[in-house]
Design a protein around this ligand. Sequence first.
Ligand code: PMM
Length: 308
Amino acid sequence: MTDLPTRRSRRLAAVSQASTAAAHESTGRRRDRHRGTSVDQRTRVMGILNVTPDSFSDGGLHQTYDAAVQHARELVAGGADIVDVGGESTRPGSERVPVEVEQERVLPVVRELVAEGITVSVDTMNAATAERSVELGAAIVNDVSGGLADPDMARVVRDTGAGFVVMHWRGHSDRMYRNAEYAHAVDEVRREVELRVAELIVLGVRQEQVVIDPGLGFAKQGVQNWEILAGYERFASIGLPVLVAASRKRFLDGIGSAAGAPPKDRDLATAAISLLSAERGAWGVRVHDPAPTRAVLDVWDAWRAARS
Ligand code: PMM
């Protein structure tokens, strides 16, 4: 932490201490026993709460405060360890929403969930939203741009000490697929993630704060997503915890469900990816419906517990 003199900075420093502890608690990590690829820790289930009118799978379903809080409780009842609250859709082609609108959507919900003792992550590309959310008690900032969309994000993460999900990103949703060109997707995504983390470390973010995410569906088309999943170990070998966020994404269409079926029919395929990710030691999986994922992870836990 830097030594900052203002009242606001002192408040941030207090938040920082609390949220660093919470982030380490929720990441299950301590500096001395951090192992990105270990399989002896439980994979966390991050339940998705989109307080948006237009997210690809659950847009409009949890748009009011009451509906959002209710759904968060359902996510926890279904087995979520963390609730990831977002107020801006990143679906392909979506436009940015004003930061005030995003904050009106997410901040009251973050406040309430924290008050209910739920571990909260805030899904935002805006530093101001991240900062307010952490002040309200969010433990983790989940930024699909890995801090690239807002030049102030690294400072907020550094000063608050929050956990930071750094996703692979090649630009905003309006040009997402134009950027999906790779000679070798795994090598290039890995290199870009590693570079982004190195930049963040230079900006003062601590390695212990970071979880990496290869960004399935973001500037990746069809089979490129499968290549990324099949290359899981290459991402894990960066040495940082990995979040896998495949839930209901388009590349799952027709696998475990009929081709063209609605996104919510992809939960079985999502759960299979959760299991394969857990088996490889993923830090967490981000899902719309925690129940099927929780079920397969419980099976995995029971399987491991019986090992002699
Ligand atoms: N995908 C979406 C939103 N946030 N965050 C992370 N870390 N990784 C993702 O792949 C990701 C994300 C896409 O929209 P959704 O909220 O409906 O899944």
